[in-house]
Design a protein around this ligand. Structure first.
Ligand code: AKG
Ligand code: FE2
Length: 344
C-alpha cells in the first residue's frame, strides 16, 4: 500500500486507479446550518450531534442554509474566471513568489500537494486577511500576515474576492460555534482564538484531463488540509474524491446551494484525531474546465494548537505536541510550495 506524508504523519493510500464511487448521504451528509443563524438551543444541539457524527465518520459534510447569498458565490466564480483568463504576464505580475506572505498566483504544475507527485494540474490565486505592512505582527515577522496582491485595473474582481472572504470569515465563526458545541464546549469557546484568523481564500482553475497518463500528475495530489476546516465551493464540474475509512475513493460532487466542509489537520490535533482530517484529491476527467474555491480557516498565528478539554480519551495518549498555529501552517506551506514567501 502506498502512503502520503501529511502534517500529522503518514497516511495509507490505496493503489486503485482513478475511479470513485459516489458517497452515500450517510457518508457525506448534508447538514442544515439554519439553527446557527437564528435557531433555538435544542435545534443547535441536535445539529451539533450530527456534525460530530460526520466529523468522526468521514470528516466531510455539506452545509445548506449557511447564510451566504447565492449572488455572492456567483460573483466570486465569475471573478475567478476573469482572473484566470488574464494574459500570463498579468497573472505573473501577481505571482506568489513576489509576496512574503503566500499571496498571489501559482501556475500549472508549480504546486505539488502530494510530496511524491510531479506537480498539480491546476493554477491558483490566493488572498488572505489583508494586514497592512506596518502592522506589529507583520513587523514581528509572522509571515502569514501581510498585504494581498491584486492585478491592476480590476476593481470588481478585488471587490468580489474581498466580499467573499469576509462572508466566509463570518460563516467560520458560526461553524466554530457548532464545532464547540459538538465537543461539549461553550459555543463561544473558540472566539478568543480567531480574532485575526489564518484564513486563506483560494481560487482554482483545473484544465480538463480526460486521460491520466502519469499517476503522479493529477489536478490536486492526495493530501489532507492544514487548517481547522475548509469550506469549499465547487462549480458544476465534479472532480473531488475523498478517501473513506475503508480505503475507498468516494466522489464528493457539487450539491447546488451547498458548500462542502472538511476537517483539516489542526482540528484533528485539537480533537486528538477524534475528528478525522481526511485524505482527498482532485482529478478532472470530465473534459470541461473546472473552477473551485476553497476557503481554509485556522486560528490566530499565536494560538497554541493542542488537545482540547475532554478530547484525550482515558485509554489514549495525547498524540501531538502543542504547536503555534502559525508555526504549523508555515511548516506545511514550506513542505509543499517551493515558492513560499516564508522561505524567502
Ligand atoms: O478543488 C477542489 O475541489 C478541492 C481542492 C483542495 O482539496 C485543496 O485546495 O485543498
Ligand atoms: Fe484540500
Amino acid at each position: 500500500m502506498a502512503t502520503v506524508m501529511t502534517g500529522n504523519g503518514e497516511r495509507r493510500l490505496p493503489a486503485t486507479g482513478f475511479d470513485a464511487r459516489v458517497a452515500g448521504c450517510d457518508e457525506i451528509p448534508v447538514l442544515d446550518l439554519a439553527p446557527f443563524a437564528c435557531g433555538a438551543a435544542a435545534a443547535r444541539q441536535a445539529l451539533a450531534m450530527r456534525l460530530r457524527e460526520a466529523c468522526i465518520r468521514s470528516g466531510f459534510f455539506y452545509i445548506r442554509n449557511h447564510g451566504i447569498p447565492q449572488d455572492v458565490v456567483a460573483s466570486v466564480f465569475s471573478a475567478a474566471k476573469d482572473y484566470f483568463a488574464l494574459p500570463d504576464a498579468d497573472k505573473m505580475a501577481t505571482h506568489v513568489g513576489r509576496s512574503r506572505n503566500n499571496r498571489g498566483y501559482a501556475a500549472l504544475l508549480e504546486e505539488n500537494t502530494d510530496p511524491s507527485g510531479a506537480g498539480d494540474l491546476h493554477e491558483s490565486f490566493d488572498i488572505a486577511l489583508d494586514v497592512p505592512a506596518d502592522d506589529p505582527d507583520v513587523l514581528a515577522g509572522k509571515v502569514l500576515y501581510g498585504p494581498n496582491q491584486w492585478p491592476t485595473g480590476r476593481p470588481a474582481l478585488r471587490a468580489a474576492l474581498e466580499r467573499y472572504h469576509a462572508e466566509m470569515c463570518a460563516l467560520s465563526h458560526r461553524l466554530l460555534a457548532a464545532f464547540a458545541l459538538s465537543l461539549a464546549l461553550p459555543e463561544d469557546y473558540f472566539e478568543p482564538m480567531i480574532r485575526k484568523p489564518l484564513a486563506t481564500l483560494r481560487v482554482l482553475h483545473y484544465p480538463p484531463q480526460p486521460e491520466v497518463d502519469d499517476a503522479r500528475r493529477i489536478g490536486t495530489g492526495a493530501h489532507t488540509d492544514y487548517e481547522c476546516f475548509t469550506i469549499l465551493a465547487q462549480d458544476d464540474v465534479p472532480a473531488l474524491q475523498v478517501l473513506s475509512a475503508q480505503d475507498e475513493w468516494l466522489a464528493a460532487p457539487p450539491v447546488p446551494g451547498c458548500f462542502l466542509v472538511n476537517i483539516g489537520d489542526q482540528m484533528a490535533r485539537w480533537t486528538n484525531d477524534r475528528y478525522v482530517s481526511t485524505v482527498h484529491r482532485v482529478i478532472n476527467r470530465t473534459g470541461r474546465e473546472r473552477y473551485s474555491i476553497p476557503f481554509f480557516f485556522g486560528p490566530d498565528y499565536d494560538t497554541v494548537v493542542t488537545a482540547l478539554p475532554g478530547c484525550v480519551a482515558a485509554d489514549d495518549t495525547q498524540r501531538y505536541a502543542p504547536i503555534r498555529s502559525g508555526d504549523y501552517i508555515n511548516e506545511r506551506f514550506t513542505a509543499t510550495f517551493a515558492n513560499y514567501g516564508g522561505k524567502l
